[in-house]
Design a protein around this ligand. Structure first.
Ligand code: PEP
Ligand code: MG
Length: 414
């Protein structure tokens, strides 16, 4: 009875890129949950649809009533039931009628309302008394590709992870130290740089991939030496964005170089060894499980080879990847699949097959902090949520609060 839903409200709010998105409020007789949907710029082709035709306005005008009339009176804590009802209301297999962003906002707001009804923080409501570990923050340092302007690198994200940090504040601070050092280094090589940032708070300089890699690597080495906290580089290549299907080439426009599939595998393997990369996301385009598997066989023993556009948080697609031995980790973005239940199912499948789940923000974000709770509750060892910028810091600061509440907290096992 505690979590019976009394009201559901949807509203149009604005995300970090200035685009409209949807926020849901769910009210129970003694609890309240609020969640907002993020949005991607380099989305995978197999993600659920973000919004129905008519966008957020249609959601507010028509879909709010459809959803509230079905779920008012249900128990918020029966989240699997609620998620099933959302799917039934939608009636398609990709949320194109109500929008995956509508579904995810309602699903997350509902579970937050359930937690609030029992006076529990979300991570504890979902994870029980057992969570004791805090995920390592994978932070964005330099933005390129679809998240920055024309002269920025082709590679979408130059990331770092403070693998030597012993608590979350040290981890966040280490990433910020690298972010600052990288700014200083960019200023020395790019005389057009005015401190501009891309969508995820990384710098958006006029640099080649090679220059950005050198700067990222040397900043990691310096900060590791100076602070004694080991911090390692990583990349989100987001290679689907520059895969040319007709030419069967990866076209690096900024560099003026094209690479065949074999050359792309060799190039990435070379970067992994040259720059001691801890992490590489989407090094191969989203439809090529075979090349993904080849790279994983080559480098998976020393680097996380992560699928984002490849798996789109979808358990069925992940199952294909597991079968093919493609990758050894995956990005978890709840709005790629639309509900908390499906997000959880994908994480469980990943863990059962030794794939490392990495809970992630989107390039368009709000100050919603739900993913910090999901990462702790579901024991994801890494959270990818930027390093700087209010909508990124909102999640990181929530991790500081969660760590404070845990008994004997420790950083996750990597
Ligand atoms: C966060 C990412 O970008 P987007 O949200 O644009 O898909 C990503 O590709 O990992
Ligand atoms: Mg990605």
């Amino acid at each position: 009875m505690d979590s019976v839903i009394e009201d559901v409200r949807l509203r149009k709010i604005i995300d970090s890129r200035g685009n409209p998105t949807v926020e849901a409020d769910v009210l129970t007789w003694n609890g309240f949950g609020r969640a907002a949907a993020p949005s991607g710029a380099s989305t995978g082709v197999n993600e659920v649809a973000s919004f129905p035709d008519g966008g957020v306005d249609r959601v507010i005008e028509d879909i709010e009533d459809l959803i509230s009339s079905e779920i008012i009176g249900m128990e918020a804590e029966d989240i699997r039931e609620i998620d099933n009802v959302l799917k039934e209301i939608d009636g398609t297999d990709n949320f194109s009628n109500i929008g995956g962003n509508t579904a995810v906002a309602v699903s997350m707001a509902t579970v937050k309302a359930a937690a609030s009804s029992y006076n529990l923080p979300l991570y504890r409501f979902l994870g029980g008394a057992m969570p004791t570990s805090i995920p390592f923050p994978l932070g964005n340092m330099i933005n390129g590709g679809a998240h920055a302007g024309v002269n920025a690198p082709d590679i979408q994200e130059f990331l770092v992870i403070p693998v030597g940090a012993s608590n979350i504040t040290e981890a966040i601070t280490t990433n910020i130290n690298v972010h600052r050092r990288i700014k200083e280094k960019i200023q020395k090589v790019d005389d057009t740089f005015t401190g501009g940032k891309g969508d995820e708070g990384g710098w958006a300089p006029n640099l080649t991939n090679q220059q950005a890699l050198e700067i990222q690597f040397s900043a990691c080495e310096e900060i590791s030496d100076e602070t004694g906290v080991l911090v390692r580089p990583g990349l989100d290549v987001a290679s689907s964005e520059f895969w040319n299907e007709e030419e069967q080439q990866y076209v690096y426009e900024r560099e003026g170089v094209s690479r065949s599939v074999g050359e792309q595998i060799d190039y990435i393997a070379d970067l992994i060894d040259t720059y001691k990369l801890f992490y590489v996301e989407d090094p191969i385009q989203e439809n090529d499980f075979v090349a993904f598997a080849e790279l994983t066989a080559k480098c998976g023993d020393r680097c996380l080879i992560c699928g984002d556009d490849l798996f789109v948080t979808n358990a069925e697609i992940l199952a294909e990847g597991i079968e093919a031995n493609a990758g050894n980790s995956l990005i978890i973005k709840p709005n790629q699949i639309g509900t908390l239940t499906d997000t959880y199912n994908t994480i469980e499948l990943a863990k059962a097959n030794q794939y490392v789940p990495i809970v992630s923000h989107r390039s368009g974000e709000t100050t919603d902090e739900t993913i910090a709770h999901l990462a702790v509750a579901f024991n994801a060892p890494i959270i990818k949520t930027g390093a700087a910028g209010g909508e990124r810091i909102a999640k990181l600061n929530e991790l500081i609060r969660i760590e404070e509440e845990l008994v004997n907290p420790k950083m996750a096992d990597l």
